[in-house]
Write a protein that binds this ligand. Structure first.
Ligand code: WTA
Length: 665
């Protein structure tokens, strides 16, 4: 949510439970500065806490900026770090994953639960790696696209792929066939792993059918289908598609696949994310730097101990799930919860029943979820014992102070450490957050907190100088960091242009932010044509391309506008081709078309029909003006606007539709 108003800079929140970690903002800043003084030694020491097959010789190779490389000469394996290491210790029989499916019985209890120990994971990861290698010929460097729901097989197959040095490309199971096809194609994936279907809000989503639609456009060698629901009518193509359980039949129980000792800079995953063009970017991450970043932040930000029950509610299809459901918690040997379904199914207390059932101590979730639960009311969490919670953090979008307070008071009983952790797909892990695992500086509702140790963050004005405290500017990262992305898959130039060109030698995040007098950062929202819908990252250009691909649409402009629950929602202004009439039917059709092209998360909240879009004299659409129209904000500078009537028309279309909506309410 864009927050332009005055921020509650001085509203400190402290609680007695965390007195032992208390640090003043001044002392934290001093500590933080020290970690930057001998920056390479600092990151070398952190990296030595994880196990390397071959130690690194150099911490950072900065000979070819911005193509930085971390932990040169080091070799390691993520699957080894996540499972093998633990089975050599008492953690062998510790629960790694507590999973529950969505369906419930008449009493509201889950009908499907699975509990996997670290030894179970070890066995399965090895067996799947064996299957991938021997039945499907997967080797180091091959790309595997994973289109799976939130079931344990998703982390299992990711770890199995990393075991042999293959590169995963996970595609969120809420994306459409078209979005999936684009991603399979861009990554040139060899195989796709999917499931017959899964439960979402009491309904079956047939995943394999979507895969088949995608594969009409882009072929792959093989598809492996996990039978999550036992759907008998799942379409299978002879010679291409194989059931997971059948492919696993010949694999010995004690199969063992030697973990490939990959170079630190070997890619571990590609994850597609939205930018400012219609084409999603394949963000590429390495192995060593990412592992160090994930490991360190699990300790610093989540303070995870062996007795904790950790639950990150994110879907693995987004980066939060990669780092904080799969790699991070398993590397530190945590017990974690994984849940398949919708947060409010069958009732708005589903999540709170889960916290109570497993005794969750650390919760990592999103502002959108918090705001949704606020709307349902306090009585739902009050029905359950949430007293086990000691840390609750949020991620994905700015958290408004009211939502933070509600989370802290109603869910946390005013005894949790809570931060709004800032990071992005490109950073690989958390960059700005309180770090209660080290120290806890006073919390302030709505802030992201100070930068983590070893990260040099700043807010720049347009001319590339640091903005004074309290002044809005652009968020930048001034030095490389271990979990940083390495490139954009197949497009290194775009990597340089997008992130390293606005200001010389610093990473441009694309967010607006303010630094306060304590050095805390307040990220305000995106500074580019990217919007955050319920924490999901979407490019307005992608939505525009989707709209234009409909036969009736001539031009479209999409902007994000504030929404009380989802933070932001997209709205679209559309001009039609000759022969098409605006109307409710077409509006419905266009919304359905966007759902089908990108996925349900992208569906525009409103569609406005106009005869022209506001443009500059050189023909660029002025989205800024449309956003102003839709938020009742002042138009600002309009000197470059070609035709003022276009703004008047947009205003009229907006007001008419608002009046109509109000009429229905
Ligand atoms: C936004 C998600 C404010 C921000 C991990 C960023 C946030 C984008 C926060 C990246 C936060 C993420 N406060 N804004 N705590 N966390 N963002 O790649 O705009 O899906 O640039 O990564 O989310 O989104 P992504």
């Amino acid at each position: 949510m864009q927050r332009e108003t005055e921020l509650p800079f001085d509203t400190y929140v402290m609680n007695e439970k965390w007195q032992h970690r208390y640090i003043s903002p001044v002392d934290y800043a001093k500590f933080h500065r020290q970690t930057l003084q001998d920056f390479e030694t600092f990151w070398a020491n952190v990296a030595r806490e994880i196990e390397w097959f071959k130690p690194f010789e150099k911490v950072l190779d900065d000979s070819n900026p911005p193509f930085y490389k971390w932990y040169i000469g080091g070799r390691l394996n993520l699957s080894y770090l996540a499972v093998d290491r633990h089975v050599k210790t008492w953690r062998k029989n510790k629960v790694a994953i507590e999973w529950e499916g969505e369906p419930v019985d008449e009493d509201g209890n889950p009908t499907e639960r699975r509990r996997l120990t670290y030894y179970d994971l070890y066995r399965e990861v090895n067996r799947v790696a064996y299957m991938l290698k021997s039945n499907f010929g997967v080797k180091k460097g091959d790309r595997i696209t994973l289109y799976l729901p939130m079931i344990p097989e998703l982390p299992i197959v990711m770890l199995a792929a990393w075991r042999i040095g293959a590169i995963t490309s996970v595609v969120f199971s809420g994306f459409s066939a078209e979005a999936l096809a684009d991603r399979i194609n861009d990554a040139r994936a060899k195989i796709v792993v999917t499931a017959d279907g899964f439960w979402r809000r009491g309904r079956v989503v047939k995943l394999k059918e979507i895969v088949d639609m995608a594969l009409e456009k882009v072929p792959v060698e093989n598809v492996i289908v996990y039978s999550r629901l036992g759907l008998k009518d799942t379409p299978m193509t002879e010679g291409r598609d194989y059931w997971w359980h059948k492919a696993m039949r010949g694999v010995p129980i004690n199969a063992y696949v030697e973990p490939e000792p990959v170079e630190s800079e070997h890619p571990s995953f590609i994850l597609y994310t939205s930018g400012t063009t219609g084409k999603p970017k394949g963000i590429v991450h390495d192995t060593g730097g990412w592992a160090v970043h994930a490991y360190a932040t699990m300790k610093w930000v989540f303070d995870v101990r062996d007795e904790d029950i950790y639950w990150c509610t994110a879907d693995i299809g987004w980066v939060t799930g990669h780092t904080y459901v799969v790699l991070g918690p398993l590397m530190v040997g945590a017990t974690e919860v994984m849940y398949e379904g919708a947060p409010d199914y069958p009732q708005p207390d589903r999540w709170w029943s889960i916290v109570e059932r497993y005794g969750v101590t650390i919760l990592y979730t999103s502002p959108t979820a918090i705001r949704m639960f606020m709307r349902y009311g306090e009585e739902w969490p009050r029905r359950h014992d949430l007293s086990t919670l000691r840390i609750i953090h949020s991620v994905g979008e700015p958290i408004n102070p009211e939502a933070w307070r509600w989370m802290y008071r109603v869910l946390g009983g005013e005894k949790t450490a809570s931060a709004s952790t800032w990071w992005m797909t490109e950073t690989g892990g958390i960059v700005i957050s309180h770090a209660p695992g080290l120290y806890l500086a006073p919390m302030k509702p709505g802030t992201n907190g100070p930068p983590l140790p070893g990260f040099e963050v700043d807010v720049f004005t347009e001319d590339g100088t640091p903005a004074p405290p309290g002044v809005k500017g652009y968020l930048v990262i001034k030095r490389p960091w271990p979990g940083m992305m390495h490139t954009i898959w197949g497009d290194p130039e775009r990597y340089v242009k997008t992130y390293w060109s606005k200001f010389p030698n610093v990473f441009y995040a694309g967010d607006y932010a303010i630094k306060d007098q304590d050095g805390y950062i307040w990220v305000l929202g995106r500074a580019d044509e990217v919007i955050k819908v319920a924490g999901h990252r979407l490019g307005t250009y992608e939505l525009e391309s989707a709209l234009i691909s409909h036969k009736a649409v001539a031009e479209s402009a999409v902007v994000g506008v504030p929404d009380p629950i989802k933070g932001e929602v997209p709205i679209a202004f559309v001009t039609l081709k000759q022969g098409y009439q605006p109307g409710d039917e077409l509006r419905k059709e266009l919304r359905a078309h966007v759902r089908a092209t990108i996925g349900p998360v992208a569906e525009p909240a409103q569609i406005f029909f106009v005869t022209k879009l506001p443009k500059t004299r050189s023909g660029k659409i002025m989205r800024r003006l449309l956003r102003a129209v839709a938020t009742n904000a002042p138009l600002g500078d309009v000197t470059t606007l070609e035709d003022e009537a276009s703004v008047e028309e947009a205003k009229k279309a907006y007001e008419e539709l608002r009046a109509e909506v109000r009429g229905h309410e």
